[in-house]
Design a protein around this ligand. Sequence first.
Ligand code: ASP
Length: 326
Amino acid sequence: MKKILLITTGGTIAMQVDKKRGGAVPSLQADDFVRYLPPVKNLADVDIHMFSNIPSPYMNVPLWCQLTDFIDEKLSDGYDGVVVTHGTDTLEETAFFVELTVKSEKPIVFTAAMRNLDELSGDGPRNIWGALKTVVSKNYSSDIGVTLVLNDEIHAVRDVTKTYTSNVATFRSPLFGPLGLVDNDQVTFYYKPYKRIKIRSPKVEEKVALIKAYAGMSSDLIDAAVTMGYKGLVIEAFGRGNLPDWIVPSLERAIQSGVTVVISSRCYMGRVFGDYAYDGGGRHLGEIGSVFAYDLRGIKARILLMLALGKYGEDREAVRRLFDSL
Ligand code: ASP
């Protein structure tokens, strides 16, 4: 029987309604996570560790580093796999950070819930059960990487994103679709992620800002970020990776002063690319020294850039090579 560690970090899956405060707050203790499941001992030898009990908007880089180290320690310490429960709000960021940095190739599955246990049809127990079935599956090969299991679907963490504020079918992989399905007792993978990226970085550069483009945007925030000492700037640009021409002088100043500028798209799907050659178009942004994030959305491009800057500092060509391998 496989030995699995269930690591809880918080989120709705660990919440119940506090009548005084009028809403859901962190509440469950470690053992509560398996109380509503079918007998776990028939599936795996499961230990539970409460890593934290926070709403996932409280997640941050130091916690990501501690969590990744903890997972590596436990997976080299005899566990065959881990399931991590997490709030849905920042789940895709934590899971992507772990995917990029964890050393172990053993199965790591994240899961969550959209409804707390006090709500009708709370989805937490079912999602934990699905994640446990996935982590012990003989079909989970070492080249699959970190996954997210929710609502009976298995997703690769690079593409997956929270799409709906309240619906249980919130997580989608808009560009590539789920890798597999949990269907009763059968866990079936249909695809493997071909493009996986790893980066071992001695430090994480947290001074990386994320700015979203909007019609009529000004360059104030770009200038402010540079003045405030930010080392990296991810811009969720329009469509294929375009910005207005009046932003360009600020970007040039930023790049010349050593700030690495990464262009992603504010679109929900697709890659940025240098198709447009007008001033501020993607091609022009590349020519002035910006780096493309290709299919990575802004929040994930920011994580990769924090790690890349931690590893390569101002060696922009090394950062570019990493992003070009996406
Ligand atoms: N606000 C919650 C969290 O991310 C939402 C959830 O877990 O679904 O912690």
